[in-house]
Design a protein around this ligand. Sequence first.
Ligand code: BTN
Length: 326
Amino acid sequence: MAICEDVLKMLENADEAMSGEEIAQRLGVSRNSVWKAVNRLKEEGYKISAVTNKGYTLVSEGDSVSDFAVKKYLKSNSSNLRIMVRDEVTSTQTVLKELGDKGEEGNLVLIAHRQTAGKGRLGRSFEAPKNSGLYMSILLRPAIPAEKALFITTAAAAATSKAIKTVTDKETQIKWVNDVYYQGKKICGILTEANLDFESGGLNYAVLGIGVNITAPPGGFPKEISDVATALYTKEPPEQIRAKLAAEILSNFMEYYNDLESKAFMEEYRKRSFLTGREIVFTQGNISETGRVLDIDDNARLVVKLDSGETKTYMAGEVSIVKNFT
Ligand code: BTN
């Protein structure tokens, strides 16, 4: 609803209360449209006071995530993104994959306040209680061979870690291949699911999902993950944090995605690598090997010097840390 954006901008910039009539006149719309826009803004969580004979004042922006709030913070490189926000979905991944199957165009973003069946990697579930996190997926139609789909995840991890620094001033690190860590614990998981076109060897579409823990769920993280998971804020987060973070992640990601072949994201990724220099256990299926991580190469593969002396590069697998390298 474009008028919401305009009314919001006007209230943000006003030094004193503005009447519905004045807003309507300035925007060239009816008073009824202004009234509807104000109500929608209130529903989205904006606190707007209305005083008889004076008008509307924006008291606070709350933690609302709406299509127009996200658009407001998007950089111009991402203006072609279509943004949808839903109160509750099963999983933003599932919804976008269904749309992808039906031929929906790419560059569609879905953000949900809550997921009832959030999906994690390797068939795991992902806890997504109401308003505790940013739960977002993007439907993409990249013209890349299937083996390069890994770069979507890598670029998203770099985009997210960088965005968190910009928006919250908090330093995070990337645990290969796609987790973002804050103070040694996971605060963000990333999942890319692709639909392959076997004839061309390319992708029909990919759905990239990003889940960031902004605060702990009410009652804390479930026991099984409380040792390994954390959130960006222990107390009330700053206003508009989810909308700002969503927009910043999307803007960073689109910059990388629009030029995926150049792998410009790798510099940011390496700079933030959590594993480099650490002693690890690498597990793939039922094979486990121990060694020290030397680097992440240009193809986003983990380079490990094994205890046997051999150096190996891995494309996928699970890593756990043995101890810090000092
Ligand atoms: C993982 O760490 O295992 C990946 C978690 C990915 C979670 C996000 S939240 C938004 C999107 N929708 C989902 O159901 N999953 C991803």
